[in-house]
Design a binder for this molecule. Sequence first.
Ligand code: GLC
Length: 750
Amino acid sequence: MATTQVPGTESGELDSARIARGAEARDAGTTISTVSLSRETLDEADARAREIEQQLTDDERFSLIFSVMGHVPGGLAGPRDPRIPEDLENMSAGYTPGVPRLGIPAIQSSDASMGITNPGYRPDDKGATAFPSLIALGASFNPQLVREGGEAIAREARIRGFNVQLAGGCNLARDPRNGRNFEYFSEDPYLSAVLAAEQVNGIQSQGVVSTLKHYTLNCNETNRHWLDALIDPVAHRESDLLTFQIAIERSQPGSIMSGYNKINGEYAGGNRHLLNDVLKDAWGYKGWVMSDWGATLGWEFALNGLDQESGAQADRVMWGKEPFTSDLKEAYTSGKLPKERLSDMVRRILRSLFAVGADNWGSAPPVDMDRHDAVALEGARQGIVLLKNDGVLPLASDAPLKIAVIGGYAQQGVISGTGSGAVSPVGGFAGVIKIGGAGVMGKHRNLFLFAPSPLEELKKAFPKAQFDFDPGYTPAEAALTAKRCDVVIAFGIRVEGEGFDSVDLSLPWGQDAVIDAVATANPNTIVVVETGNPVSMPWRDKVRAILEAWYPGQSGARAIADVLAGRVNPSGRLPITFPESLAQTPRPELPGLGTPWGSAVTIDYNEGAEIGYRWFAKKGAKPMFAFGHGLSYTTFEYSDLKVSGGETVTASFDVKNVGKHAGADVPQLYLTDAAGEKRMRLLGFERVTLEPGENRRITLGADPRLLARFDGEVGKWSIAEGAHQVAIGKSAADLVLRGDTYLSARQFGV
Ligand code: GLC
């Protein structure tokens, strides 16, 4: 199996600075897409899958098209499933027996995008690296860094025997209340596709199959198992489906995981149009479609494109049966399930295992947990977005300040998102506070804390300062602490997670009132928020600086201290628009919010492809903070834009660091008008690190589908004849250079 080891990721001591330089140096921005599996490897895998599949018995075929969940004490799956061998050391989210006589390995799948999870499958597991949330990596706009995180996650999977990583979350952040936005990269199809592809490439380069998930339109958690997501089919092709399409092209994921919800009335796991017509026929996808856990409602899903039922016990709990281990066999016997379809289901699974080499692993690549911690630190650093700064930051690290640290459990750690993606770090959590809630995910809804704590790291960063910590338990008490200090660093946190949407954009537990009180008591207030989504920040005009640190993973506290002390120049850019309020969004009222678990919900995503910044551009509205926004401790200037046409739009321009500090910037290329039609689309971006005075010329070419409309009648993309206006922006709302080029009309692609 010819895989390309990404240069500089050889094992060995790699400090975060080298990782940062490496990631920058190799980071050709949006042009990095080197699929880690060569065409030759994929073709070989297809051939071997055809050859091996023919040698299987029908019983062996049926043994491959479902998985069972590992045992978690008190978990959904109930007692240890007898289909899992007694001697299996490491259980995980999914187990499928192999066929040893033909060299087919058992398939073991693990969650997820932020590291190797362990909600209780493996009582003796010492813990895994807890990487930053995907929305934090989305804010890094750094494909190479995402790829290095994927490599590290896969190495920690392999030493546990896991050959499938359920990663690659790339649903679009359509709704700022969605509880799982922290597990996805952004609101933009192109940014999400490029980054998701690199996570898959990183994982698969290490011999582990990765998924992309959740196909598609899994953009809210409210009653997700009974949620019908409506969307105009053309707009779907131009947004969520385009995300999967570009990510699949750039990474060849071994598997696609279908989501829980319905799309236009058909469950994702059995949606014939989306699975057969679009994914497999139009796009030619050759990997396998696995269901989500508890998302296979009937054997007919096999006819509609589902290749594997995942977590069969969950279907028994949710729907009263395991369709692919019972009814499907009867359908086969009665001829309703054609033999060729059963063979196709199995071939797809085999070819993806063979493509990454999961059938001939040999010795696992070394796992360097210090290096993984450095990758996690770099991800946290590059994901931090400096939203506001009146000049108070960076704080002088040698100043004998009296610093008040307020709230956010900052004396214990930084927080994580919850659900199937939550990682138990090495050494365990610094704290777990139960929150609870309705439905199957209620017991997983906890406030998880990762050490080290921000307070601990701030004390190291400001050795001459005197610290006062206040838990933020009441506004009045916190204000007294704030009043007696020179500077206040207030933390605002919000636990978000799988199975739940936030009701609004406020911080819970009265934190907004606490922050308002401390800022009133001491105007020298800096706020650090740890959230998985935008929040409303009613106190924002009263504070001097605001950092969004997201769920920054196990190294988050160090990254926060690095930025506050100026050891790291913040470079994160918002991957999701922060609205002034929900009134500015397509759905101020979220249908189904507050209805009992099990209620049917219909959400009409009538914004279509105009998600986030695109919606604000269409409405001419001004958000609180725009997509792409992020401040730096230095200043970048753009000049000399040249735009050319032809098959697509290409833009070249200069970026110069005109400030006093080295730093990274992320200039963005936007379409603003296509042949007279106002339409905002991110066409490209590049993360670039510059020394003071350094200038770099950047060239970005657009994927032509981002310039086009999808013509549902003919199933092709159409570029309209005429002038196409583009702009270089510091954000979607701060367009600095403008230009245009003439494109001829043409139809192309699928
Ligand atoms: C979950 C999630 C999915 C995860 C799977 C296995 O409910 O929706 O993202 O990979 O089940 O835990």
